[in-house]
Design a protein around this ligand. Structure first.
Ligand code: SF4
Ligand code: SF4
Length: 414
C-alpha cells in the first residue's frame, strides 16, 4: 500500500535545538516564503507568515481545519484568459505563475500523505505519464519544501493509524521533525530536504542514538494513545474496503447513510486527498456579469456570444461528489441522482481495492476532518463502522454475506 516514489526514501537524521530551528525559519521567512500554522479566531489555519512569532507550535494543536492542499490546489484558480479581437480570432493567454520556493512548515503526516495522493494523480504518476501532469499544480508543488511534524497527541476524530497516514511516515516529506525532550529529531527524506540541510548545516547536529531511540518511543506512545481513546473499538478500514469493493451492502444501506447528507460539500473541500474540480468560462468585466449578458457570457465559446473586445477567463474551482449535479451529463443523463448513490460512489473511491490498486494507497489518510465537518456524521470512520455493524446485523447485506473479520486493524478513537 505504501507509495515508493523515487528520491523520497529516508536518507539521514539530524538533531536541531528549538532555538536553531527558529533561526532556520526566521532566516527563511526573511528571504523566501514561509507557510505555517497560525491561530485565527481560535482556529488553526496555514498562512504565509513573515514573523515566526505567529507560528502556532505543534504542542498547541492537533491539526488545522483546512488542509494545506489549499496552497497547491486552490479553491478557485484561473487557468487562462482570452479576448475576441474580431469575428475570426481570439487571443488566448495561458496563466503561468512565477512561484517562489516555499517552506510549508508544521504539516501533519496525514496531510503529507494527502499531498502524495494528489501527486499520484495530478503529476501523472498514476499513468506513468509525467508529461500529463497538471501544469498549474506541478508549478506550485515543485516549489514546496515540506517540513512535517510528527503528532504526539490525537484528536478524538483522528484515525491515521488505520489508513497508513501517520502518526509518523517513512516517506513523502522533505524533513520530518519529532519534538524530543531536548530539541528535535530531523529526518531528511528527499533531495530537497538534503539541500535544505546543507544550507543550514551550521545549525544541525548529528543525531545521537539516544535521540533516535526517544523518537521511536514517542511514536510508539502516540500509537498506544489511539487505543486509550477506545480500546475495544477500531475503524475497520480494510473490512469496509472489502465491502465496498465487492460490493456487499444493499442499496438500502446507502439510502440510509445518504439521507443524512445535506449536500454542503464540506467533506470533499476539507479532505486532503479530494481533487475533483469543475471548469467554467466567465467574463472579467464586471459590467458583463449583470442581467441576461451573464447567462450568455458564462460560456461564450460554446454559445457563440459576441464578446468582441471583452476579456474572459477560464477558472477551475473545487467540486464535490456529494453535490447535486456532479457527473450530470449532456442530454440529461444523470447516473447518481440521490445522495445515497453519491455516498456509495464516494466510499468506493475512498476505500475500494480498485482505487487502492490505482492510487497505491487508500483515498483516506485518516485526518478525521470529514467527521469533524459533516452535520450528518457521514465521516469515513463512522460509516466504515456502520458498514460492519450492518453486515453483523445481516439486515442490510444480501443473504449469505457475513461481516469480514477485523484483522490487521490498530486501535482508534470513537
Ligand atoms: S456528507 Fe456531510 S459534509 Fe459531505 S456533503 Fe453531505 S452533509 Fe456535507
Ligand atoms: S476521507 Fe475524511 S478522514 Fe479520510 S482523509 Fe478525507 S477528510 Fe480525512
Amino acid at each position: 500500500m505504501e507509495r515508493k516514489a523515487e528520491g523520497t526514501q529516508r536518507k539521514e537524521t539530524r538533531w536541531v535545538s528549538t532555538t536553531d530551528l527558529q533561526k532556520i525559519l526566521e532566516n527563511w521567512a526573511e528571504k523566501g516564503v514561509l507557510v505555517a500554522p497560525t491561530k485565527v479566531n481560535g482556529e488553526v489555519l496555514f498562512q504565509r507568515i513573515r514573523d515566526i512569532r505567529e507560528i502556532c507550535w505543534d504542542e498547541d494543536y492537533v491539526n488545522s481545519l483546512v488542509p494545506p492542499k489549499e496552497f497547491v490546489l486552490p479553491n478557485e484558480e484561473r487557468l487562462l484568459s482570452y479576448r475576441r479581437t474580431d469575428d475570426q480570432n481570439w487571443v488566448v493567454e495561458v496563466c503561468s505563475e512565477e512561484n517562489q520556493e516555499t517552506i510549508l512548515f508544521g504539516v501533519r503526516s496525514c496531510d503529507v500523505a494527502g499531498l502524495a495522493y494528489l501527486d499520484r494523480f495530478l503529476l501523472g504518476e498514476m499513468f506513468s505519464r509525467p508529461d500529463l501532469a497538471d501544469p498549474q499544480y506541478k508549478a506550485k508543488r515543485e516549489k514546496f519544501i515540506l517540513i512535517s511534524i510528527v503528532c504526539q497527541k490525537a484528536a478524538p476524530t483522528c484515525m491515521c493509524v488505520c489508513c497508513d497516514g501517520g502518526p509518523a511516515l517513512t516517506e513523502g516529506f522533505d524533513w520530518q521533525l519529532t519534538r524530543l525532550t531536548d530539541g528535535w529529531l530531523v529526518e531528511i527524506g528527499s533531495e530537497k530536504g538534503e539541500k535544505l540541510a546543507t544550507g543550514f548545516h551550521y545549525l544541525l547536529q548529528p543525531a545521537t542514538d539516544e535521540a533516535i531511540k526517544e523518537q521511536k518511543e514517542r511514536v510508539a506512545t502516540i500509537i498506544r494513545t489511539f487505543d486509550q481513546y477506545s480500546p475495544d473499538e477500531r475503524v475497520p478500514t480494510m473490512a469496509a474496503g472489502r465491502m465496498v469493493s465487492r460490493p456487499l451492502l444493499k442499496e438500502e444501506f446507502w439510502s440510509r447513510i445518504g439521507s443524512r447528507c445535506v449536500e454542503c460539500g464540506g467533506c470533499a473541500f476539507i479532505c486532503p486527498t479530494c481533487f475533483c474540480f469543475n471548469v467554467v468560462d466567465r467574463p472579467l468585466s464586471p459590467s458583463l456579469q449583470e442581467g441576461d449578458a451573464n447567462e450568455l457570457a458564462f460560456c461564450p465559446l460554446l454559445v457563440g456570444f459576441n464578446g468582441k473586445g471583452a476579456d474572459y477567463e477560464r477558472v477551475r474551482y473545487r467540486d464535490c461528489c456529494m453535490l447535486q449535479g456532479f457527473v450530470r451529463q449532456a442530454g440529461g443523463i444523470y447516473p447518481r441522482r440521490t445522495t445515497g448513490e453519491r455516498c456509495k460512489t464516494r466510499f468506493f473511491h475512498k476505500l475500494s481495492w480498485q482505487f487502492l490498486g490505482r492510487m497505491n494507497r487508500l483515498g483516506c489518510t485518516g485526518c478525521g476532518r470529514c467527521l469533524r465537518t459533516c452535520l450528518g456524521e457521514v465521516g469515513i470512520s463512522r460509516v466504515a463502522t456502520e458498514m460492519t455493524e450492518a453486515l453483523a446485523e445481516k439486515k442490510l447485506a444480501p443473504a449469505g454475506v457475513t461481516a469480514p473479520k477485523r484483522e490487521h486493524q490498530r486501535g482508534h478513537p470513537k
